[in-house]
Structure formats: C-alpha cells, structure tokens
Design a protein around this ligand. Structure first.
Ligand SMILES: Nc1ncnc2c1ncn2[C@@H]1O[C@H](COP(=O)(O)OP(=O)(O)OP(=O)(O)O)[C@@H](O)[C@H]1O
Ligand SMILES: [Mg+2]
Length: 198
C-alpha cells in the first residue's frame, strides 16, 4: 500500500494508537529483544559516542541499551531542544544526570550548553519513529526536528558518521511511505524481530 502525503497525519494517528495499546509486558519484551540483537551489532559495538532518546507515547524503550552503553564505557547522549530554534543538540547523559522537561514536556539532561554536541560529532544516533518502510524511509512525530538536524547528511557523497538507526516495534512497519524532499533516510532499523539494513 502506497501511503501518500495527505495520509501522513492519519497514518501517524493509527500507528501511535497501536503503539500505545501494547501491554507493559509486550513493551518490556520488545525492548529487551531489540537490545540483545543491537548491542551485538558492529554499528553499536564500534560506536563510542551514541545518542539515544527517552521513550514517549509507546516508543520502544532504550533503557537496556543505555545500560549496556554505560557498562561498555561509551559516551551516552540525549537530544536537547534549545529554547529557540528547530535543531537538536545532544547532551551527555550519565546515571547521575538530572532531567528536566523541555517545552514539549520531554525530559532532557540538565547541563551547560557548552557540553552539548552537534549531530555531526556523534558516531551513532538511535532515532525514535512513528512508521518506517522497506527502503529506510522514516515517518517521525511531525516536528521535523531530526530531519533539520540531519539535513547535512543528504549532501555527502560518501557515508560518514553519524550512523542512523531507527528503533521501532515491528508493528510500525508499513509497505511504502511517501517521502518528502527533506526526509532523511536511515541506514538501519532495529525492531524486536529484525535488523533491517538499507
Ligand atoms: N531541513 C529542513 N529545513 C527546513 N524545514 C524542514 C527541514 N526538514 C523538515 N522540515 C520541516 O519540518 C516539517 C515536518 O517534517 P516531517 O513531517 O518530515 O517531520 P518528521 O520527520 O515526522 O519529524 P521529526 O524529524 O521531528 O521526527 C515539514 O513541514 C518541513 O517543512
Ligand atoms: Mg520527516
């Protein structure tokens, strides 16, 4: 089924409902399976600076992966939204970090802006998403924040860091998403069942 542009909002609504309807048990199981598969993958093992996200709205939980990353002495980052502007920065996140809500109510590490990194300084970014397809296209929540922050990756002839991996429940997969000129495609998508490479 081809999903056309006007349907993006409708598709977001349907999949977000399905994602929220997952039981706590299913959520736990999916997150654990995804973490077991992904933390063995070279894309994760070889990355030193990794951006995660904290789950909202039924997004797959990153807690197991973050634990692994801390154990392997990797640098863990979470996205932060500056009070003005539409691009993401990434703040260091440790077990001792204090979190505070941003203007969308999403928790972010409380830290001085001079500690923030830009996307291009990371080796790997794990992105949340609402839907994905067989070609690595990603539908997000509709803010365009990741797309804006990763727009620079579209102008490169050869692939460099950061590696982009979407994390999702298998139920978020659709046959084909219509994509817009600004949508940044992903290198991989990990679910509880598969690791898709594009
Ligand atoms: N590189 C960019 N420069 C300027 N505006 C952009 C850019 N990328 C996306 N946008 C704007 O962001 C809006 C939302 O984009 P889109 O619907 O693709 O969001 P999304 O991918 O679901 O969100 P997110 O990236 O936050 O997960 C679009 O209307 C688009 O105009
Ligand atoms: Mg987009």
């Amino acid at each position: 089924m081809q999903i056309t542009s006007p349907d993006r909002a409708q598709l977001r609504k349907i999949i977000r409902q399905q994602r929220r309807a997952l039981t706590a048990h299913a959520q736990h199981l999916h997150a654990q399976k995804l973490a077991e598969n992904l933390c063995r993958h070279p894309a994760f093992r070889n990355a030193k600076r990794i951006a995660f996200y904290l789950p909202e709205d039924g997004e797959i939980d990153t807690a197991y992966l973050i634990e692994r990353a801390w154990r392997y002495k990797k640098e863990v980052y979470l996205p932060v939204l500056p009070p003005f502007g539409h691009s993401l920065f990434f703040a260091p996140y440790t077990a001792g970090s204090t979190l505070q809500a941003n203007r969308f109510g999403i928790a972010e590490p409380l830290c001085q802006p001079h500690h923030w990194l830009r996307a291009r300084q990371l080796n790997l970014i794990l992105l949340p998403l609402v839907a994905f397809d067989n070609h690595g296209n990603r539908l997000g929540m509709g803010g365009g924040f990741y797309d804006r922050s990763l727009a620079f990756t579209r102008h490169r002839k050869q692939w460099h860091s950061p590696h982009l991996i979407g994390l999702a429940h298998e139920l978020q997969k659709v046959e084909q998403l219509s994509c817009e000129s600004w949508d940044v495609p992903l290198n991989m998508i990990a679910t509880e069942k598969n690791i898709y490479r594009f």
